[in-house]
Design a protein. Structure first.
Lengths: 224, 321
């Protein structure tokens, strides 16, 4: 589903965040992306989201060579990949419902359909009763779950997350990870960047480790 | 990666349906209007500035169309007085008048005997006694020529006058066009000024609104980044700002229509007094439907232009990070 071949990323200031990265994530697979701070985890996810472009190599997502997607096609591409951030990136002047709904509004989905799907997504993350509140009225864990609902409401084949449990206590983190495995169970390809080695050691998923922009010992591979 | 479909089975572009296209616009529009309700004073002030900028050329335009109307009513009956050569007998003069009617552009030609002319002159100016002393009638025979409707323009009249002057039977052709010409050149000058002023102020409106919209974009930077992240196209992200531009444009238009009506109402009295002193039945007519619609259209267009330019410059620079 996601394939990197000798991918390099050099930022405009000359810093090489990724060097010669190659790996493949099969359709329906779930994996963690780890590494020290500055290893290039966020950069790798940004390349998949086309928030940044690779400087070298080739990235293929769902049979599409990302280098061949022109800027005006990027929005359509992004609708097929949900993404969750540590800082949630929610809109604080809108309700929880509206925060999730925008992901479908941008695609021009009819309002009736939107309402149905948004409520289903909120139900899945356990926030259906809070749809009329605004993000400020929610806890950190709840805000993160709104972000997840927004990422999955379009039923994307790919779900990415950058430190989704960064600010959460172990119990909440485990709950969030459980949500991601649930989505993986129904066939979504999931890639999660995280620092939380303790948490992932207890989970039966593949770990891709980055070290100064290189992929390291990609062997820890337990499939459950 | 089993699928050989080159576009990718699930990761591909999909086009929205037409029905939801309008739903989208409705949503963007209501969002824009709600935003404005939150800060009514700022919105009203912006509209007022735009309204005043549109007002100036509008007022000039209204005066202009009034002037042009008064010119039209003058043009409806253009006459020339043709003074015949002293050597021409009355009979020859009368037949000459007949010949003139055959010339293209001349509707009718009425021969006036010099004696009749003198009588009328006396009657008009009550100079009976003074003129009694004249041994000889100083006035020539003359012909009053009325121009046909097709030839009823200043240029045509002037051309005809030159050609008539070439005839040996004619001494002098009086065509009192001086003030019409003057009015004409004033109108032309005003017309040009109006367009130049209109153009300048249009640019000013676009700059002011462009800046207002830039600030609005600045204020919603985070929202724009998030919308782009979840797959909002530039068109989708820009839409509320285009509506904002159009909103300000129409608001400015309405403002200028109100202001214009007020100014015209204030000026109507003094202008009537002024024109009455020129024995003119000129009266100021206010905004008609066409002008009103035109102002709204111009406002809409300017607002849209300003927004279009502003979003083009600023929206693409905002990327999720
Ligand atoms: N926009 C940028 N311009 C220049 N350099 C950047 C940019 N973004 C990231 N970098 C650099 O690239 C390297 C990798 O950054 P990245 O954010 O991918 O690391 P990370 O693995 O996500 O780290 P963390 O765990 O702290 O989030 C870092 O050294 C960072 O300083
Ligand atoms: Mg990071």
């Amino acid at each position: 589903m996601i394939q990197f071949i000798n991918v390099g990323k050099r930022y405009s200031d000359g810093h090489e965040a990724l060097k010669n990265v190659s790996f493949e994530l099969a359709r329906g697979e779930m994996a963690f992306l780890t590494g020290h701070s500055g290893a290039g985890k966020s950069t790798l996810l940004k390349l998949i989201m086309l928030m940044e472009r690779a400087s070298k190599g080739q990235i293929t997502v769902g049979n599409q060579n990302l280098a061949r997607i022109p800027p005006r096609q990027v929005p359509y591409y992004r609708r097929h990949a949900g993404v969750v951030f540590q800082d949630h990136k929610l809109l604080f002047d809108r309700t929880i419902f509206d925060n999730v709904a925008i992901a479908m509004e941008v695609a021009g989905t009819p309002p009736k359909e939107i309402a149905k799907r948004v409520r289903a997504a909120l139900d899945k993350v356990g926030l259906l009763s809070k749809e009329k509140l605004t993000p400020i009225q929610l806890s950190g864990g709840e805000q993160q779950r709104v972000g997840i609902a927004r990422a999955v409401v379009n039923k994307p084949p790919i779900l990415l997350a950058d430190e989704p449990t960064g600010n959460l206590d172990p119990e909440l983190s485990a709950e969030i990870m459980k949500l991601f495995s649930d989505f993986n169970q129904v066939g979504v390809t999931v890639l999660i960047a995280t620092h939380d080695l303790e948490l992932i050691s207890r989970l039966p998923y593949r770990v891709i480790e980055l070290d100064h922009g290189h992929i390291r010992n990609e062997e820890a591979f337990v499939n459950g | 990666m089993a699928k050989s479909n080159s576009q990718g089975a699930q990761v591909s572009a999909s086009k929205p349906m037409l029905g939801s296209y309008f739903g989208n616009h409705k949503k963007a529009l209501s969002h824009t209007l709600n935003e404005q309700k939150k800060k009514p004073l700022a919105s009203i002030l912006t509209c007022a500035v735009i309204g005043i900028a549109i007002l100036l050329p509008t007022l000039l335009g209204v005066f202009l169309s009034n002037l042009e109307r008064s010119q039209l009513s003058f043009d409806n009956t253009t006459q020339m007085t043709v003074m015949l050569s002293k050597t021409l007998s009355p009979i020859k003069g009368a037949t000459f008048a007949q010949e003139l009617t055959k010339i293209e552009g001349i509707e009718s030609a009425k021969f006036i005997h010099q004696d009749d002319a003198l009588e009328e002159f006396k009657a008009t100016f009550e100079l009976e006694s003074t003129l009694e002393h004249l041994s000889d009638n100083p006035l020539p025979h003359s012909i009053i020529v009325t121009l046909s409707e097709s030839a009823n323009t200043i240029e045509q009249a002037q051309k005809l006058r030159t050609s008539l002057l070439g005839k040996p039977e004619i001494d002098l052709v009086q065509l009192d066009l001086m003030w019409v010409q003057r009015l004409n050149s004033i109108t032309n000058f005003l017309s040009l000024s109006t367009w130049i002023l209109g153009l300048m102020l249009s640019i000013a409106v676009i700059l002011i609104l462009g800046n207002t919209i830039r600030l609005a974009i600045e204020n919603r930077k985070d929202e724009i980044a998030v919308l782009k992240l979840v797959g909002g196209t530039d068109a989708f992200v820009c839409r509320p700002f285009l509506y904002l531009g159009i909103f300000y444009g129409i608001g400015g238009g309405i403002f200028s229509i109100i202001l214009c009506s007020v100014v015209l109402a204030i000026l109507a009295q003094p202008i009537e007094a002024l024109t009455a002193s020129y024995q003119s039945d000129f009266s100021l007519s206010g905004l008609n439907i066409e002008t009103t619609l035109f102002i709204l259209l111009v406002g809409t267009f300017l607002g849209w232009c300003a927004a279009k330019i502003s979003v083009k410059q600023h929206i693409s620079a905002i990327e999720p990070s």
